[in-house]
Design a protein around this ligand. Structure first.
Ligand SMILES: NC(=O)c1ccc[n+]([C@@H]2O[C@H](COP(=O)([O-])OP(=O)(O)OC[C@H]3O[C@@H](n4cnc5c(N)ncnc54)[C@H](O)[C@@H]3O)[C@@H](O)[C@H]2O)c1
Length: 348
């Protein structure tokens, strides 16, 4: 397949490009490269790269693609809060621009990286499936709700959007994100000996390895359109819902000489949800997730050791998406709408 990946230079994209190429697919990547200088290790290159903001994409960009994987966007709640109007602009309105352009270009499949955070605040007693009520608590979560609804309006016999509602990701990637819960807990434990819990440890969170997200993307791309057409899938494993304190215990057990520490004043956190993944486990042909959180903690520890990770990098702006964007804004490299103020020199 000729696969068009937006946001290919991000945390998930950098793993996905390798996955797709390994399967023999031809990959075009499109990204505005907000995090170009933020690599932990060598980033796999797509066959073709388009350096562009998704808000400016046209049908001509898709050039014979058989499928689109739409990852680009402001990828977590704190980034979405920098400028909520801009979050809707990039995450929701530009998703519609992309969907329309892909449809006009005759691309049959559009795989959208949605998120379990559309379920938002929920009772820990409920295990939420795809029919659960949406209750997003941030512009980020709301932008995913709006995107799915708008893409669904475009669905027809020739255009099949698929919504992958990913759990919170973890795991090694050449474009490490240290702002993801497991990645962060392991990094601090490794670098400081403390497994730092910032809440009271009780919130539930479904967790999924970045490679298992890539397996879901592959399955959605390769599935017959009829089996996934206009369908949402929670992406993760039903056995991989964790309370933060349980993850912390695994980290303290696996990372040598580390111990759990609670940050003073940590509350219960409004984002709390447990998710049922049986639809993807049984109804997304070819999707077989393999990772568990303890195995991912061991993998992360190995990757941090191998890369010689240091605290200054881990806490700095290189691996924390919000800090990188704030740096670009402070240096006036980006304007308030998160467009580059001047063309960027191409690193590759
Ligand atoms: N990582 C997770 O835990 C997780 C969970 C659920 C859903 N998702 C979704 O998956 C997608 C990818 O997440 P990620 O963790 O790889 O994020 P990331 O921040 O590492 O990567 C996002 C990429 O999109 C690019 N981008 C952002 N705005 C753009 C724009 N206007 N034009 C062109 N490119 C732009 C960035 O430069 C970056 O390379 C996001 O849509 C995110 O909401 C991620």
């Amino acid at each position: 397949m000729r696969v068009f990946v937006t946001g290919h230079d991000g945390y998930i994209g950098a793993v996905l490009v390798g996955f797709l190429k390994e399967r023999g697919h031809q990959v075009t990547g499109l990204d505005t490269f907000y995090f170009e200088e933020c690599a932990l290790s060598d980033v796999p290159r797509p066959d073709r790269v388009i350096r562009k903001d998704i808000r400016s994409v046209t049908a001509a960009d898709f050039d014979g693609a058989d499928g689109v994987v739409h990852l680009a966007g402001l990828s977590n709640d704190p980034m979405g809060d920098i400028n909520p109007a801009c979050t809707y602009d990039i995450n929701a309105d530009a998703t519609v621009i992309l969907g329309r352009a892909a449809k006009a270009a005759g691309v049959p499949k559009f795989v959208f990286a949605s998120s379990c955070s559309i379920y938002g605040a929920a009772s820990p007693d409920d295990v939420l499936d795809e029919q659960a009520e949406f209750n997003p608590v941030t512009p980020y979560g709301e932008s995913k709700v709006r995107s799915e609804a708008a893409l669904s309006q475009l669905a027809d016999a020739g255009f099949s959007p698929v919504y992958l509602r990913n759990a919170t990701a973890y795991g090694a990637s050449p474009k490490l994100r240290a702002d993801l819960m497991v990645n962060s807990l392991v990094g601090y434990a490794y670098l400081s000996g403390e497994v730092l819990i910032k809440s009271d440890g009780t919130p539930w969170r479904p967790l999924v390895h970045v490679e298992d997200i890539c397996r879901a993307v592959l399955a959605a791309l390769e599935a017959p359109a009829g089996t996934v057409h206009d369908t949402a899938f929670n992406i993760g494993r039903s056995s991989e819902n964790y309370q933060v304190r349980d993850v912390a215990e695994h980290v303290a057990r696996i990372v040598p000489d580390s111990r759990i520490v609670y940050e003073p004043g940590g509350g219960p956190d409004t984002r709390c949800y447990r998710v049922d993944f049986s639809r993807a486990e049984t109804g997304l042909p070819g999707f077989e997730p393999v990772w568990t959180v303890p195995a991912g903690i061991e993998e992360l520890l190995k990757s941090y050791r191998q890369s010689g990770l240091r605290m200054a990098d881990f806490e700095g702006s290189r691996f924390i998406r919000l800090k990188t964007l704030k740096d670009h804004l402070a240096q006036a490299a980006l304007n308030k709408d998160l467009y580059w103020n001047s063309p960027r020199p191409q690193a590759h």
